[in-house]
Design a protein around this ligand. Structure first.
Ligand code: DX5
Ligand code: ZN
Length: 221
């Protein structure tokens, strides 16, 4: 069985109690903290930046932090998130002028690198950088907001990326983000994903541990 990871998106957490929320969701069995960075320019929303990432580290969070940069330009924020203690840093190829350089900056900073594909972004951006990515993130909603509906065509795209990863023989995580929940996680895993971002499906429930356990039960089927 694949090494499945659950990555709650803190976009749907209570920002007024963020440290506690992150602590609780990790204690409930989450593997990775998915950290959505939005700039009101590349996407129509504004969220949190490197200071908040650093604050979580200072608070004592040791779990991997997966910084999903929905910002344009990206390079300056890459540098800031490296300093702020991010573990993974992913960005959208169309938001970078020099994709290879941005990926290299992430690795040079000691972090794991990744490219993010919006539902309609073509996969050709991967053609010459398979040796430079540690993670490929497929958006299953248009980025900007939590609580949207999973776009079904993502399943075919996941299958294509899974084939490319397997053919490359490289250790690259395949993450999916948007509209993931107990009801569809098994189908998404069957299409090839191994890392599951879920925001509203976890934080909008009362018992994070029960929700994560149900997700894992679906993955074990
Ligand atoms: C959307 C963000 C997602 C979002 C997912 O732009 O990248 O990480 O928080 O939220 P849900 O799981 O509620 O669709
Ligand atoms: Zn995200």
């Amino acid at each position: 069985m694949a090494d499945f990871k659950i990555a709650p998106s803190i976009l749907s957490a209570d920002f007024a109690r963020l440290g506690e929320e992150v602590e609780n969701v990790l204690a409930a069995g989450a593997d990775i903290v998915h950290f959505d960075v939005m700039d009101n320019h590349y996407v129509p929303n504004l969220t949190i930046g490197p200071m908040v990432c650093k604050a979580l580290r200072d608070y004592g969070v040791t779990a991997p932090i997966d910084a999903h940069l929905m910002v344009k330009p990206v390079d300056r924020m890459i540098g800031e998130f490296i300093k702020a203690g991010a573990s993974y840093i992913t960005f959208h190829p169309e938001a970078s002028e020099h994709i290879d350089r941005s990926l290299q900056m992430i690795r040079d900073g000691g972090c794991q690198s990744g490219l993010v594909f919006n539902p309609a972004t073509p996969l050709h951006y991967l053609d010459h950088v398979m040796d430079k990515v540690d993670m490929i993130l497929l958006m299953s909603v248009n980025p900007g907001f939590g609580g949207q509906k999973f776009i079904p065509s993502t399943l075919d795209k996941l299958r294509l990326v899974r084939e490319r990863i397997d053919a490359s023989g490289r250790d690259i995580r395949l993450e999916v983000d948007g509209g993931v929940g107990i009801g569809n996680i098994a189908e998404i895993a069957a299409a090839g994903a191994d890392t599951f971002v879920a925001g509203s499906a976890i934080f909008n429930t009362d018992d994070y541990a029960a929700t994560i356990a149900q997700m894992r039960a679906e993955l074990a089927k």
